[in-house]
Unconditional design. Sequence first.
Length: 158
Amino acid sequence: MKPLLCAVLAAAGIALAGEQSPVLTPIQHHVTAECGTEPPFKNEYWDNHRDGIYVCLVSGRPLFSSKDKFDSGTGWPSFTRPIQADAVTEKSDASHGMARTEVRSVAGDSHLGHVFPDGPTGTRFCINSAALRFIPVADLEKSGYAEFKKLFENPAAK
């Protein structure tokens, strides 16, 4: 079964024969379900420089590519854009006495982080590692994400 479908069913609390529902760690639950924030510089992907894609921890839907990741100096993974425009949605967030724009996974309806107008191309998607799962390029096909391999192919090699 495709990882995306398994993850969507698991997120809905539906377990199929032979499939296990993902168990979220306390920080993953806090971030994705309670709109929390993980500590900067003390999270899994802030300093990840490997090629691959980042998928929604809850739904399995592809969200961001390492090709669009940059070091923002904030201590969280930062991206210039989502891998597909319809993968995320934005909503106003006035929590903590700040006016911000929250970023949510469309498929997982889970909190990812926030978007700011200060990235190298105009936007900075500041995303919690705890809301993501990283799929290295070498694992894209076996993980059910073969269609994204083309993002990492060398055009000169064709």
